[in-house]
Design a protein around this ligand. Sequence first.
Ligand code: SF4
Length: 172
Amino acid sequence: MISLYLGLTILLIALVLFIISGVQRRASGLPGGRVIYSDTRAWGKVEKPLFDHDLGLTGKPDYLVEQSGKIIPVEVKTGRTPPAPYDSHVFQLAAYCLLVHRTTGKRPPHGIIHYPGRDFAVDYTPELEHALLDLVADIRIDEQHAEVSRSHDEAQRCHRCGFRDTCDQSLA
Ligand code: SF4
């Protein structure tokens, strides 16, 4: 009898997870879109990165998906799937949204971050755009200084950083 209850409980949990994943997948919009651009070499030619001269900003999303006349940038991440997107990933996606807007004239309503276990649709709100522009302005100011202080206390970030071996503020 106990094994029956256990089996039913596991079944119930699996069903709930299945429903949740379905809702999240629909919310991400990935399946319904048409992939119109990819930097995956196996898929064909690699297009030029997007570039905005005024901000001096350039970047290349993994995909651009067309949905109802809108162009949605998609960023694919490997590694651990977090419960919510990392701030750095959100800003990266926001930068792609901004670049899409400035290069095509079409403002994406959102972008998508694809982790191995979950997709997140991130709304490209005016607030997120302003936060991104503030961040870019801060970076431009920092670029003028020979020394810039570390902006975080996350050893994991330093652990994954390509400048770790030469950075005198590394936590890893
Ligand atoms: S190693 Fe240095 S540059 Fe890299 S994340 Fe850490 S503090 Fe920043």
